[in-house]
Ligand binder design. Structure first.
Ligand code: ADP
Length: 324
């Protein structure tokens, strides 16, 4: 996979760090071990690696769930966030933070907007249009390349005020598909309905329309666009229990724009990958939290005119993502 030509730029990828100062545990079903304290060490390994690269990554994409929800139960959210941010601060380039379900277990939506996890503020001057109370933005790290960060909990019953219209709409959606009292328990009848759980969410029509407009301009400018969100949106790139509620509404938007080359997400700690019918790559990045201490879970993406080359570390595989 050696490339002779220099890439236009590179960027770092890391997902689901879920740090907490807590002894090792497991996921809800007890099938996967979680290494809460060690996740900070694995983040440190990743940052050290990026700092030692001859040409340092232009930015890092942190795909959400930076600290675990456990912190909020023990009043440790601020302290835990401080610890992970201290690690990121030892890297000189910008970090783009995606918001996942664990962000909302630890902080309210308005607290997140005023926190160090709001990397949208840096780009606001560039963005011509904002959607109220939605954490979605785009940036261009180099001419002809654009990244769009989406808010996968825009329509959700976590992080939205119970009196809000969006909460009510989200509640209607989840109740229409999930008959369980405990809404974090997936409905059992149809496998694809497993996504209608409280730890997932969806994209509002406003956000989909905004995305469509951003992508129209990217098409016109001949850009290559990578779209990112915490939750995956293609059923072949994840376990269906981690899919965005309205993945079926966002996929046609992505497919209708020639500029879109890749969708990146976290959330499913096992990771996943597929190429869809029109050639868009869907990459779900393996989670740090379920990575054993002697292993790693981060990647560096080398971006070329005709492809992206993912160089994975530890659990993350090397991949060549040719543009459609
Ligand atoms: N099958 C289930 N039944 C009930 N609660 C669940 C179930 N699966 C997950 N949860 C709860 O949902 C929340 C999110 O699950 P978790 O596995 O921590 O998600 P993540 O993969 O984002 O870390 C946790 O509070 C967890 O206890």
């Amino acid at each position: 996979m050696e490339e002779n030509a220099a890439p236009a730029f590179t960027f770092g990828l890391i997902a689901d760090i879920q740090y907490a100062d807590k002894k090792d545990g497991s996921n809800f079903s007890g099938t996967r071990k979680r290494y809460y304290r060690n996740s900070l060490h694995l983040l440190r390994n990743a940052i050290r690696h990026w700092n030692e690269e001859e040409v340092k990554p232009s930015f890092i994409l942190q795909l959400g769930d930076i600290i675990d929800g456990f912190n909020s139960k023990h009043g440790a959210s601020e302290e835990a966030l401080q610890k992970v941010m201290d690690e990121f601060r030892s890297f000189p380039a910008p970090v783009h933070h995606v918001w996942g379900n664990h962000e909302f277990y630890n902080f309210t939506r308005s607290a997140l907007f005023s926190s160090a996890l709001n990397s949208k503020v840096r780009e606001d001057e560039e963005s011509d249009e904002q959607i109220d109370d939605v954490y979605a933005y785009h940036f261009s790290p180099a001419p002809k390349f654009r990244f769009v960060v989406l808010d996968a909990y825009d329509l959700s019953i976590i992080g939205r005020d119970e009196a809000s219209e969006k909460y009510n709409l989200a509640f209607e959606i989840i109740k229409a598909h999930n008959p369980n009292e405990e809404l974090n328990m997936p409905p059992g009848r149809f496998q694809m309905d497993g996504r209608f759980v409280k730890f997932n969410g969806g994209f509002s029509q406003d956000q989909l329309d905004w995305l469509d407009r951003v992508l129209i301009r990217a098409d016109e400018n001949g850009e290559k666009v990578t779209v990112v969100s915490h939750t995956p949106v293609h059923p072949f790139s994840t376990d269906s229990v981690c899919l965005a509620w309205n993945f079926d509404e966002i996929l046609p938007v992505l497919r209708s724009h020639q500029s879109v080359v890749c969708f990146m997400a976290g959330h499913d700690h096992d990771g996943g990958y597929c190429v869809d019918a029109v050639g868009i790559h869907h990459l779900t990045v393996e989670g740090v939290i379920e990575t054993p201490p002697d292993f790693d879970a981060f990647g560096t993406v080398h971006v070329y005119e005709d492809k992206m080359v993912l160089r994975g570390n530890g659990r993350i595989k090397d991949r060549v993502l040719n543009y459609r």
